[in-house]
Design a protein. Sequence first.
Length: 186
Amino acid sequence: MAAKAETNKKNALRSTGPKTPAGKAKVSTNAVKHGAYSEALFMLLEKEEDFQALKGGLVETLQPVGPMETRMVERLASLWWRMERTKTAANQSLWMNARNRLKGSLEYMVEASGIWEEAAATDRDECRFPGAWSYDTQERLLRHEMTLERAFFKTLHELERVQARRQGQPVAPVATLDLNLSGAQD
C-alpha cells in the first residue's frame, strides 16, 4: 500500500493540469452538473448584469438604510438568484428524464432516419445543465429550492422587523415552537 501511495505522489508531480490562474479558472467548472449547490454567484450562462438588475430592484423596493439592512438585501438577492438557478436545474432534470425515456421508447423508430441525432445535437446546444439526471437528483434539487426559499423569507421577515424597529414601530418578539413529531409525551 505504501508503494502505491509513493507512486501516486510521483505521478502527481508530472501532472499536466493547468498551471496559470486563467487555466485553473477555466477548468474549475468541468465537473459541474447543475451548479445548484455551488457557492459561486455566477455560473454557466448567468450574467452579472442580470444579478445587478435583480439586486437593484430589491434595493429600490425594500429601501435599506445602513449597512445591516443593505447586507440583508444583498443576502435576499443572492438567495433569490440561487433559487432561480435551482428551479432551472430541477426543470432541466425533469426535461432530461422525459427526453431520455422518450428516446428509449422511440429510438428504434428513428434510428435509421437520423432525426434523433439532429434533435440531440440541438438539445445539447440548448441544454443549460448537461449533467446526468435522475429522479433522486430532481427531488434533491426541489428540497434545496425549498431550503433556499425558507432562508429567503426568514431573511425578509427579519429585515422587516429591523426596518420596523428603526421606524419606531412596535416589534413583536420572534415566536419559537418546539414540535414533538414522535408521538411521545414529555
